[in-house]
Each structure stands twice: as C-alpha cells, then as structure tokens.
Design a protein around this ligand. Structure first.
Ligand SMILES: [Mg+2]
Length: 260
C-alpha cells in the first residue's frame, strides 16, 4: 500500500517483508523520542514512554544494540524514558557519542557563551515572554509564553543573528534550538555510532524534520521509518501515527528471533 507522498506503509505486505528481510543482529536499532517512543502531549515536560514500548525495548536490548537519538538533553530524556538504552544521544547528536567527550566540552563552553550573550541581548531589548534554556551542549530560546508569537519569533531570530560564533538553528514549535555549527546532526550521529560500534546496518525511526537528516543519508545500509504521513519525507517507510510504534517494536523483536 502506498501512502501519501509515495511513502510505503510499513505494515503493508511489501513493508513487512522488507523489514523482516533487513533486520538481523548486525543491525543497530535507533529511535527518536518525542512523537516516536513517547506520544506528543501539550506540555513537552509531560511526555512519557508507554509501558508496552518500555517492555518491548527491554526485549530488543537483549537481542541487539539500541540507541535513542533526541533533541532533548540526555539528562532530560533519561527522566522521561523509564529505561536506559545502550546509547542515549542528546542535543540532536551533540551529546553522548562515545569518544567525542572532548568536543562536548567545547560545546558546553559555546552554549554558556551564547546563553550569556542572549541574556544580555534580551535584557535590554524588551524580551518579555522569551525564555533562554541552556541544555548543556545546545541552547533553546523559547517564546511560547509571549502573547505576540510572530513578533517574538522575529525578535528571537534577530537576536540570534548577532551571536558570535553563529549557531546552527533548528526551529521548533515556539522554540529555536541553537546547536554548535560543527556538532553532528542526527544522521551523522547515527553513522558515527554504527561505525564506532562496528554495525554495518542501521534501523531508524523518527517523526520530524530533524529526523530527515537520517532519512536523506544515501549509500548506507539503512532501514528508515517516518511516524506520520503528512508532508514530504525521504524515509523509506512510514507508520500512520505513534500508536503504531508498539506494533513495530513487536515486529523488530520477532525479526530478531524473539518470538518464543
Ligand atoms: Mg520527534
């Protein structure tokens, strides 16, 4: 079955056959958190990984290596996961990659520097409703609390333009995430982890535009799934919504030989 945007539905005959043919113990399994392992809720602080997903994840971790790659900081993500994946990569790829600790030290300094500059900029620029959050290796500038969101966003972006050095910007819902320009994105983080751990194949599932950095990787042995069918995507396959993720995990457990 073909969904909108020519994405193949993962739970079609073709999709399931492809998944079962691909997944084996040489496959590193990687997952996004918000909107993938955990359903999106109105308050981002209230997300939670459902028990069915936690149980299936524990089974998967007995069978192969599991990574979670998220835009949240590692400590924040860990608080919502309710389990400990083998690798937890935070801050969109900037935090938690084994062997890159020295770079993380640089990112921490960079984030502190941006936080200081932003506080100075917005303190003297009528920055009501703008909240600066230092997430360790990245900085988030929130404007959810502002009454005039469009105006607040342009004010935030003008402020960011003045930063030295310039960050890479990831725009979210009422938030701009500032990422060190040299930090890996989610796609680079996944490839790094595969190479570092010696996995020739990778599986990845995610739901938003930062996950497209994985989906657009070419020439790699990757099986990619997008949660949701709205808008264009470079993923190989799609699920209709997050409620289908537990079924996918079950398929992964079975594909790895854990039916018994
Ligand atoms: Mg997500």
């Amino acid at each position: 079955m073909t969904l909108r945007q020519n994405l193949t539905y993962l739970f079609s005959e073709t999709g399931l056959a492809a998944l079962r043919g691909f997944i084996d113990s040489a496959t590193l399994l990687a997952f996004d958190l918000d909107g993938t392992l955990a359903p999106i809720v109105a308050d981002p602080g209230g997300i939670r990984v459902p028990q069915t997903i936690r149980d299936a994840s524990l089974k998967l971790m007995e069978q192969t290596t599991m990574a979670v790659i998220t835009g949240r900081s590692r400590s924040n993500a860990q608080a919502h996961l309710g389990m400990t994946p083998h690798y937890l990569i935070g801050n969109h790829g900037a935090e938690g990659l084994p062997g890159r600790e020295a770079y993380e030290g640089e990112y921490l300094e960079l984030a502190k520097n941006w936080e200081k500059q932003l506080k100075g900029l917005f303190a003297s620029a009528n920055g009501a409703g703008i909240v600066i959050e230092n997430k360790g290796a990245t900085v988030s500038v929130h404007y959810r609390a502002s009454c005039e969101r469009a105006a607040a966003r342009s004010q935030v972006l003008s402020g960011i333009e003045l930063l030295n050095p310039q960050p890479r910007i990831i725009s979210g819902k009422c938030v701009e995430d500032l990422v060190p320009a040299t930090a890996p994105n989610k796609g680079e983080a996944l490839l790094y982890l595969m190479r570092h751990l010696g996995y020739p194949k990778g599986f990845y599932i995610g739901d938003d535009k930062t996950d497209e950095d994985v989906f657009r990787l070419m020439g790699e042995q990757l099986f990619t799934v997008r949660v949701g069918t709205a808008g264009p995507s470079r993923a190989g396959y799609a699920l209709r919504n997050q409620q289908e993720v537990p079924g996918l995990l079950k398929e992964l457990v079975n594909a790895l030989g854990g039916q018994h």
